[in-house]
Design a protein around this ligand. Structure first.
Ligand code: OMP
Length: 233
């Protein structure tokens, strides 16, 4: 069992992003380029990071009509990113077309479905019309994503066990909502520590602020890595 850390480069500032990448380069981690960095720096920053050997998760959470999402997924694959995500609430046809868009490639990016955002609690989802318990909603969306041919889902680490039990160990879980005991919760609600997420068997942990806002990002990264290794040994 292995849990890969993906560092979320949530900044609009190219130099700040580059400085974190350089500082963490001894560990050659995966990096996530999300809306803030992509909107400000576009494909250039993605290409620059990949030229330096980084594995990139392009987190733009596509949610649109099937044709638009399929074309966007193709564009991401053309760029050479290793992982891309779509919202499961886009529905069956959208997810099927996203998966089909890259199925012919020899090394396609992983297509991952976002279930229920880790910032949301039960009251938040009820306000937008979802009445099921969060874990059941996450499981329902995950089962649909799997049925549509997606490689895995983004979910809270609190839902890893349920998903792995019901959908199989090989169905990938990508889990944000990771908070070491020493870091602030920020806007996340459905969280666990890195050790708990690793023990629960997550495949990828997405971690942003506890590392990138830390005074010494390398120290934060290494402390999290040690916590994970200790939990798995
Ligand atoms: O798809 C994601 O990556 C994502 C989904 C989700 O449900 N929750 C979530 O936090 N994320 C992303 O994961 C990262 C978490 O960052 P921190 O909360 O700073 O560790 C952010 O870049 C979010 O955009």
């Amino acid at each position: 069992m292995h849990s890969t850390i993906i560092v979320a480069l949530d900044t609009r500032d190219r130099l700040a992003a580059k400085s974190i990448v350089t500082e963490l380069s001894p560990h050659n981690p995966w990096f996530k380029v999300g809306k803030a960095l992509f909107v400000s720096r576009g494909t250039d920053i993605v290409e620059e990071l990949m030229n330096n050997g980084a594995n990139i998760f392009l987190d733009l959470k596509f949610h649109d009509i099937p044709n638009t999402v399929a074309e966007a997924v193709k564009a991401a694959a053309d760029m050479g990113v290793r992982m891309v995500n779509v919202h499961c609430l886009g529905g069956r046809r959208m997810m099927e077309e996203a998966a089909n868009a890259v199925a012919h490639l020899s090394s396609p990016p992983l297509i991952i479905g976002v279930t229920v955002l880790t910032s949301m609690n039960q009251r938040d989802i009820e306000e937008v019309g979802i009445t099921e318990p969060i874990d059941q909603e996450v499981l329902k969306l995950s089962a649909l994503a799997k049925d549509c041919g997606l490689d895995g889902v983004v979910c809270s680490p609190q839902e890893i066990a349920l998903i792995k039990q019901q959908l199989g160990a090989e169905f990938i879980t990508v889990t944000p909502g990771i908070r070491p005991a020493w870091s602030a919760t920020d806007d996340q609600t459905r969280i666990t520590t890195p050790a708990e997420a690793a023990t629960l068997g997550t495949d990828y942990m997405v971690i942003g602020r506890p590392i990138i806002k830390h005074q010494r990002p390398l120290e934060a990264y290494e402390s999290i890595q040690q916590e994970i290794q200790a939990a798995l040994s």
